[in-house]
Design a protein around this ligand. Structure first.
Ligand code: FAD
Length: 351
């Protein structure tokens, strides 16, 4: 099995048959058919390995499969809530130019097709179409088992370096199989991370996480406190400012002197972080200002989550870091038979 690092990229110019004499051909499970799982699958196949991609959804694309559905618990506290994978909102356009969102072997170029989105920062549907085109071009779907969720991954005790994978099909059928290696590509924008707020259990308003934000309409005429300052917070605050009565953005990055009106909007204000919230509906900010709010919307990011993975403590998530990992991919004690593709946050994921 090669030990080369697979960040989301592929090198082959055209679809390739398996290499004639791989060093050793392994049976490899890839978990997830988003961008990371798709590119991992073709790289492994090119090296001559046999690959099975497990995908719990019914199509490729992961995050880029938009759904108007939201989870049963909009803040994401209830572990038994109905789960939705994608965190996309309807208005989302990419925040990277398409030139930075294509695999090297298959650039994300604008299509000469009136139904496609030729913009440099296209809408989310265009990214899904790109990933579907990529899948077709490299015949990746023949490797994917759709509607099959991996529920358990653990080392086989009797045989070192073998992995036992239990999966569950949507039909309810369970299966347990042995693989030589596992690559985890399950994404990290699904499990909400929320801000800790003093007094929140007494506060009477509604709370939700941006994972469950789709369209602005539910915020019509509401006073909204939105927490966060990253890409989703910026997009969503602007989206809802069109219909909400007031939007108050609270962010750790806002210092006292920068708080105040948000230019270009007469119903949006910037604040430092929330200090506390109270029974009467007030939300106090750290600079002493306060508002009476209807909703707190947490645009506060996500947690790594591998509910299926058992490594006897060798790989852990601590303070939202996965480790120990070599180059964010291989846990040294289990390499190369266990690896993670697509973990880093502040990157161009496809390059
Ligand atoms: P995902 O796309 O999340 O795919 C993971 C797959 O694993 C899913 O299909 C899921 O169903 C499957 N899965 C999970 N658990 C299991 C299991 N137990 N069994 C079987 N299958 C499982 N990136 C950019 O480059 N440009 C952007 O503009 C951009 N905008 C973004 C906007 C938002 C709101 C979000 C949330 C992300 C954005 N990203 C952007 C980052 C985006 O996540 C990456 O582009 C890329 O989609 C990540 O791919 P992935 O394969 O790692 O994960």
């Amino acid at each position: 099995m090669p030990t080369t690092t697979i960040q989301m990229q592929c090198h082959l110019p055209i679809p390739q048959p398996p290499a004639p004499h791989p060093l050793t051909s392994r049976h490899v499970a890839v978990i997830g058919a988003g961008a990371a799982g798709l590119v991992t699958a073709i790289e492994l196949r090119r090296e001559g390995h046999s690959v099975v991609v497990f995908e719990r959804g019914d199509q490729v694309g992961g995050t880029w499969v938009y759904t108007p559905k939201i989870e049963s618990d909009p803040i994401g506290f209830d572990p038994a809530r109905s789960k939705i994978h994608s965190s996309l909102y309807k208005s989302l356009r990419t925040n990277l130019p398409r030139e930075c969102m294509g695999f090297r072997c298959y650039p994300f170029v604008a299509k000469d097709d009136p139904d496609r989105d030729p913009r440099r920062y296209p809408g989310h549907q265009e990214v899904l179409w790109y990933l579907q085109d990529f899948t077709r071009e490299f015949r990746i779907d023949e490797l994917v088992r759709f509607e099959t969720e991996v529920v358990r991954v653990r080392l086989v005790e009797e045989e070192e370096e073998k992995w036992k994978i239990k999966s569950k099909q949507r039909s309810g059928k369970d299966e347990t199989e042995i693989f030589d290696a596992v690559v985890i590509c399950n994404g990290h924008y699904t499990e909400p991370r929320v801000a800790q707020i003093a007094g929140i259990n007494e506060w009477p308003g509604k709370q939700m996480h941006s994972h469950n934000y789709r369209v602005p309409e539910p915020f019509r005429d509401q006073v909204v406190v939105l927490i966060g300052s990253s890409a989703s917070a910026v997009d969503i605050s602007r989206d809802i400012a069109g219909v909400a009565k007031e939007v108050h953005v609270a962010a750790r990055s806002v210092e006292d002197e920068k708080s105040g009106d948000q230019s270009g909007y007469d119903n949006m204000w910037l604040h430092p972080m929330i200090e506390s919230v109270h029974k009467d509906g007030t939300v106090f900010f750290q600079d002493g200002s306060f508002v009476h709010a209807d909703i707190i919307l947490h645009c506060t990011g996500y947690k790594y989550h591998f509910p299926f993975l058992e490594t006897n403590g060798i790989v852990n998530v601590d303070d939202n870091r996965v480790g120990p990992l070599y180059k964010h991919v291989f846990p040294p004690a289990l390499a190369p038979c266990l690896s993670f593709v697509g973990l880093p946050w502040k990157v161009y994921p496809y390059l």
